[in-house]
Design a protein around this ligand. Structure first.
Ligand code: PGA
Length: 251
């Protein structure tokens, strides 16, 4: 499996800024054996998609509504973005859960709709600091995962999970190698009960060039969901370079 490098731009970069960033990244000729996915804001999807045509890299949407159409002011659906050659959708990011009060059942509905539209969901799960300190991490992750995968065909192979501890997002304090190892192993054991095939697990939360190359050596770390470090070509390309150089895994 190629390493999956997902750039979550969140509510950053104008259309022009995003296109300049992609030009810089493409100019640095990242290796072919990486699955690189850009998640720009919804208004940039079309331009980014056109820019990436035939580049081998993909575009994803940061959020979708769980219905295909209707009176939902301000929302976009999976069916709509599919027309823009969007292949992935981040679902259940902790910022959506925290600031937009998305529930586990809404996350499940969005995942179902994403799959019906033919997109691959990138499903985010993660515990808060309080939950980790209270020893609840496994329970929380299991609950989020079981609920997210409710009614999902176990033969599905277009499905990605991103483990993003809430306390590590945008804080500069990533999870330790040991925490990532234990947690990804646990998530993989749950996924094995839910799916027949091998579901990739990304790590997200203050990923940088240094910790990415160390973490990629860990079993069950199949790539990264990168926020801050994806907004600048040097930091983003350095992550890819370091994974290529340092990994003990054969790429
Ligand atoms: P970060 O964000 O890399 O800035 O911590 C990751 C994410 O929220 O996906």
């Amino acid at each position: 499996m190629n390493p999956i490098i997902a750039a979550n731009w969140k509510m950053n970069l104008t259309i022009d800024q995003g296109l300049v960033l992609i030009d810089e990244i493409l100019d640095s000729s990242p290796p072919d054996n990486f699955d690189i996915i850009f998640f720009p804001s919804s208004i940039s999807l079309n331009s980014v998609s056109i820019k990436l045509k035939d580049s081998g890299y993909s575009v994803g949407v940061q959020n979708i509504h769980h219905e295909n159409s209707g009176a939902f002011t301000g929302e976009v659906s999976a069916k709509m973005v599919k027309d823009l050659d969007v292949k992935y959708a981040i679902i259940g990011h902790s910022e959506r859960r925290q600031y937009f009060l998305e529930t586990d059942s809404q996350v499940n509905a969005k995942i179902n709709n994403t799959i019906i539209a033919g997109l691959c969901p990138v499903v985010c799960i993660g515990e808060t600091l309080e939950q980790r300190e209270a020893g609840e991490t496994s329970d929380i992750l299991k609950k989020q995962l079981m609920s997210a995968c409710n009614n999902i065909d176990r033969k599905l192979d277009k499905f990605i999970v991103a483990y993003e501890p809430v306390w590590a997002i945008g804080t500069g304090k990533s999870a330790s190698l040991e925490q990532v190892q234990d947690t990804h192993k646990f998530i993989d054991s749950i996924l094995k009960t839910l799916f027949d095939g091998n579901i990739p697990i990304l790590y997200g939360g203050s990923v940088n060039a240094e910790n990415a190359s160390e973490m990629y050596d860990i079993k069950n770390v199949d790539g990264f969901l990168i926020g801050g470090a994806s907004l600048e070509s040097n930091s983003f390309c350095q992550i890819i370079k370091n994974i290529t150089k340092n990994t003990k895994r054969s790429l």
